[in-house]
Ligand binder design. Sequence first.
Ligand code: F6P
Ligand code: MN
Length: 323
Amino acid sequence: MQRLAPALREDNVPLDLISLIKTVLAATKEISFRVSQAHLGGLMGSTLDENIQGEIQKKLDVVANELFKDILLESGFVKAISSEEEDSSVPGDENGKFIVSFDPLDGSSNIDINSLIGTIFSIHEAPKGMAADDPDMFKQAGNKQVCAGYVLYGPSTMLVMTTGKGTHFYVLDRTHGGYLLVERNVRIPEDTQEFAINMSNQRFWHPAMKNYIDDLILGDTGPRGKNFNMRWIAAMVGDVHRVLCRGGIFTYPADSKNPNKPYKLRLMYEANPMSFLVEQAGGLSVTSEGRIMDIEPTSIHQRVEVILGSKNEVETCLSYYKK
Ligand code: F6P
Ligand code: MN
């Protein structure tokens, strides 16, 4: 099995980006270890603080964020970082060539039940002529990402990453401490019979989404003429990973539960990196109005509707919005 750096060189990834990716992965190895030891180290449960999103921070969220932030900012490769757990962007090295957005621990509600969680990251080039403390550096569309990925802290610690030359799977090999390539150029099947959505929000959805899901549930007795199964891990990393492995549609649609917060998932460090991975694997990733990676961001923590996965199924879902 191929090690990470040679696999990246095969894709002609520039050396400075390879160095940054190695730095990102050094952080994930330590987070992976801390996650596995959380109960023993007194890291279960919540802090008394809220993040900028108004969500209570888990102790492990804070530890993962500090680890990731410190390792990246000390590396010299990074001009600034932005994180789900930081109010604003944090400046790094003025000469750093890249900026990194990340969700240090996605799926935090799974921490205390020893279920799937992961780290999501997105890398852009730092725009020239802007100061390291200028948060406007992060106002770049997802289509400008040079690398995106996530690390899933599951039964095995898995890295899923793209630099724009396909989406590849790697597994952390604890015998030598590095990630090994296990699957190159993952492809998402175009058709599926599996969907992922939080059904408890059903009464708050747009009628188009409601009609679409109703038809999936009708199965072979309805217009789709086939049965669908449902899965919901409640961690985007886990649900997207399943879609990459065997297809499916995953959506967190707009809802009217809280009129001030129509969307749940964050553009910069959830939707954009996942969109890059999904598109590089032949899937689609959109809102009901267009491609996610073409959205011009207006703020670091902005939220967005997400519909992603198997190409034909995502197109079928969108057709309900046009009816
Ligand atoms: O980060 C937000 C998140 O935890 C995602 O990882 C996940 O897909 C979603 O929220 C779960 O939402 P809910 O709490 O509605 O199930
Ligand atoms: Mn998250």
